[in-house]
Design a protein around this ligand. Structure first.
Ligand code: SAH
Ligand code: SF4
Length: 364
């Protein structure tokens, strides 16, 4: 049973065109509507003046463009802003804006919590509740744009799926949201400015490659299966060799210069020189670059951040192997907005040990 009104935010243009043609309307109405919504941030049907009154009336109580509700906003000393957004039933997700010289990156959530259970991640510690809809994902972008001051405020030039959740466990909604982000009648971002980050759901990664060609980041975090089985438990199902093969195929099919490998630096766990050499052997002469992420602490975490000289040495070994390697600057940590610190509010968790299908979420 369909419940009305349907929130049309995040609906890809092709679907919106269908909706109009099913109503006996011309398909270009979809483009007109998207220009109002994404081009001009106009969300009320009555304000979309080039749609006929009778069309607006017939859509009236069947559709809406509803933004998420802000529960809290925090502005960090370094310009980072974090919003906590209501996700229904007492749950909340988080969205982060990171301004930099010449660009503005919005980090969006794709799920309420996460089932992947990586032990160094605050979101993982919270468990999983549910997938977000495309409307809730695109709602984060619309909301942030409005909160940042609209056309007068800083621009969102990049969107990264690096907030709460495993985006590829929510592939269907993520693909729709990506469609709207890239569409000229949507946000019109170039595919290099939209990044999906995954812990390594290989079948879904291959599926993403069939449907999209956005930038890809992969949370590697360990140079061998024994350690990755612990740090990124999905590795027990899809080990490193299988994951990397899928990455190289994705890069080729999507014509990407490289895949970004994220590597959180955990003192005494994955930061030795030998581990750097092992990592270099995996990635040398491949379309790969490495992003070293200083570990961000959160209440109850059992890990510590590697010291800066250790990170520098690790980086140098990768550079010497010809691998482009950068150390990610920690931003927004004074408001717990840095990588891995997003916790939101996740209740009524669905228990999903690996092996249980819910751990992957619906594929289709
Ligand atoms: N679930 C996806 C995307 C969200 S996490 C993924 O894992 O790729 C974004 C990045 O932050 C990932 O590389 C993740 O491993 C990393 N991360 C998680 N917890 C962290 C922490 N406490 N400190 C630093 N980075 C962390
Ligand atoms: Fe989930 Fe990513 Fe955190 Fe792992 S690192 S628990 S996949 S959000």
């Amino acid at each position: 049973m369909t419940t009305y009104p349907i929130n049309l935010l995040g609906m890809p243009r092709a679907d919106l065109e269908h909706l109009f043609t099913d109503m006996g309307q011309r398909s270009f109405r979809a483009r007109q509507m998207m220009q109002w919504v994404y081009g001009r941030s106009v969300l009320r049907l009555e304000d979309m003046t080039d749609l006929s009154k009778s069309l607006r009336d017939s859509l009236g109580d069947r559709i809406e463009f509803a933004l998420p509700v802000v529960q809290d906003r925090q502005d960090a000393a370094d310009g980072v802003t974090k919003w906590r957004l209501a996700a229904g039933g007492g749950q909340a997700i988080e969205t982060v804006f990171i301004p930099e010289e010449g660009r503005g990156t919005l980090c969006v959530s794709s799920q309420v919590g996460c089932a992947m259970d990586c032990p160094f991640c605050a979101t993982g510690r919270q468990g999983f509740n549910r997938n977000l809809s495309a409307a809730e994902i695109i709602g984060q972008v619309m909301l942030a744009r409005r909160e940042l001051g609209g056309i007068d405020g800083p621009r969102i030039t990049n969107v990264v799926f690096m907030g709460m959740g495993e985006p590829l466990a929510n592939l269907r909604a993520v693909v729709k949201a990506v469609d709207v982000l890239l569409d000229d009648f949507g946000f019109g971002l170039s595919r290099r400015r939209v990044t999906v980050s995954t812990s390594g759901l290989v079948p879904q990664l291959r599926k993403l490659g069939e449907e999209s060609n956005v930038a890809l980041a992969v949370s590697l975090h360990a140079p061998n299966d024994a350690l990755r089985d612990v740090l990124v438990p999905i590795n027990r199902r899809h080990p490193i060799a299988e994951l990397l093969a899928a990455c190289w195929d994705y890069a080729r099919a999507a014509n990407l210069q490289d895949v970004t490998f994220e590597y959180v630096m955990l003192a005494g766990v994955n930061d030795s020189e030998e581990q750097a050499r092992e990592l270099a052997r995996l990635l040398a002469n491949r379309p790969a670059k490495v992003n070293l992420i200083p570990f961000n602490d959160f209440p109850g975490s059992a890990y510590r951040r590697s010291s800066p000289p250790v990170v520098d040495r690790f980086r140098q070994i990768l550079l010497d192997a010809g691998i482009i390697t950068v150390t990610r600057k920690t931003r927004g940590d004074d408001i717990a907005a840095a990588c891995g610190q997003l916790a939101g509010q996740v209740s009524n968790r669905v228990l999903s040990p690996l092996g249980d299908k819910t751990a992957q979420g619906p594929l289709q």
